[in-house]
Design a protein around this ligand. Structure first.
Ligand code: HSE
Length: 434
């Protein structure tokens, strides 16, 4: 049988990894797919020293790949929203299957792209868009198809986790670790996407759609980054038995779907609290299976290429099948998606870590406790430190039970209005994941 012809658009970190893995493992891949997979064209702006493309035809024009009649599958690895959308829609219109690692594109334009792909009877595969090399989309979409999914929680940005781990373990500074993550090819072209949680929100949006059978709704995701975390809070969290991770949480409740990315305290003895460096991990809790944990490299050349190539194998296996009987893009049949709403952050519920800087006066703790109890907020633990030498203020650290965000915002406003409380109250959400 003739090999399937693939066009790789973008020969950066993931593109070069994809080319190299396809070449190195060509025989194994053909035995799995049933046909060889040949890279018949590459669109690149400049050569990549990590990749010897040999005699493969090269173009500088990505849309030429979508228009090339020789090409069966377009692999979109250019990133971004605009040109990537044009490329993917052009490829679909030309009847080509698409594999992409572009989480921003799928999270923001996925509903449109999947609708066009259905009209044309082509596959759009996007395993590499979430959690790098971890096959979590396949697991959620196929392996857990029996379940009503209760929640998904994940460390889904490798750069952010690498930064938090290096800061905690080695006391390195934020900019220093970020520069290393960029040099290693982990970070997005705009690294604020990593550290402000936008990249994680893209991925969480995709996971939530597949978990709960809802349309992609990136604009409704709540996003909070890690740039304001202090080493003091990392230390206090440790003293209370927690680790701080940048977590994406999607939870199904009777009122709607929680969709939120923010720094989170997790009990230190949870497996996911011990996921460090560029590694990612995604917990999925289903009513039948209970809790599951998927772990692996969340970014990087060959881990991400592993997911791209697996998608290519899937596409080759399925390309002669009846389009009506393929696995739906978002796991649920397109006419069976639910309109269960995504909740605003004020309606989401979690436990909280609070750090209050108070004057060293009698009765402050009682006032704090009274404000919280008046709003039905239960305190799980409390730690009061010695007055700080430089300002004489006493750091008071509390962990609360679960409460709706709206009530916590009110309580924090009341705490900040106390005469004996100085400055802003630091608030970090807590998830026990049990
Ligand atoms: N910038 C992303 C990360 C790359 O650090 O996780 C993988 O999506």
């Amino acid at each position: 049988m003739k090999p399937v012809k693939v066009g790789i658009c973008g020969l950066g970190t993931v593109g070069s990894g994809t080319f190299n893995v396809l070449k190195r493992n060509a025989e194994e891949i053909a035995r799995r797919a049933g046909r060889g997979i040949e890279v018949a064209q590459i669109a690149q702006r400049r050569p990549n020293p990590h990749c010897d493309t040999g005699s493969t035809p090269i173009t500088a024009e990505v849309l030429a790949v979508a228009d090339n009649p020789e090409i069966d599958v377009v692999v979109e690895l250019i990133g971004g929203y605009t040109l990537a959308r044009e490329l993917v829609l052009r490829a679909i219109a030309n009847g080509k299957h698409v594999v992409t690692a572009n989480k921003a594109l799928i999270a923001v334009h996925g509903n449109e792209i999947f609708a066009k792909a259905r009209e044309q009877g082509v596959i759009v595969a996007f395993e590499a868009s979430v959690a790098g090399g971890i096959p979590v989309i396949k697991a959620l979409r196929e392996g857990l198809a029996a379940n009503r999914i209760n929640w998904v929680a994940g460390i889904i940005n490798g750069t952010g986790n690498f930064i938090l781990s290096e800061m905690r373990e080695k006391g390195r500074t934020f900019p220093d670790v970020l520069a290393e993550a960029q040099a290693l090819g982990y970070a997005e072209a705009d690294p604020t996407f990593d550290v402000e949680g936008i990249d994680a929100a893209h991925k969480l949006t995709i996971l939530a759609s597949i978990a709960f059978g809802i349309p992609l709704q990136f604009d409704k995701a709540y996003t909070e980054g890690i740039t304001r975390l202090t080493t003091a809070d990392v230390g206090y969290a440790e003293a209370l038995g927690y680790r701080i991770k940048h977590l994406g949480v999607a939870r199904s409740t009777a009122q709607g779907i929680e969709l939120r990315v923010h720094p989170t305290l997790i009990p230190a003895d949870r497996l996911i609290a011990n996921v460090n460096g560029v590694m990612n991990a995604v917990m999925v809790n289903g009513d039948a299976v209970g809790s599951t944990l998927f772990y692996g490299a969340g970014a990087g050349r060959e881990p991400t290429a592993s997911a791209v190539v697996a998608d290519l194998v899937d596409v080759v296996r399925a390309m002669t099948s009846d389009p009506e009987n393929r696995v739906p893009h978002l796991a649920f049949q397109p006419d069976a998606l639910s309109d269960h709403p995504v909740l605003p952050i004020e309606s989401c519920e979690s436990a909280y870590y609070l750090r209050i800087q108070a004057k060293d006066h009698p009765g402050v703790l009682a006032q704090v406790a009274s404000i919280l109890s008046a709003r039905g907020i239960n305190i799980e633990s409390i730690m009061q430190k010695e007055a700080e030498e430089h300002d004489g203020l006493v750091p008071m650290i509390l962990i609360t039970h679960r409460v709706t965000e709206r009530h916590m915002v009110e309580a924090i406003a009341a705490l900040e209005a106390l005469d004996d409380v100085v400055g802003d109250v630091v608030r970090i959400r807590v998830e026990h994941l049990n």
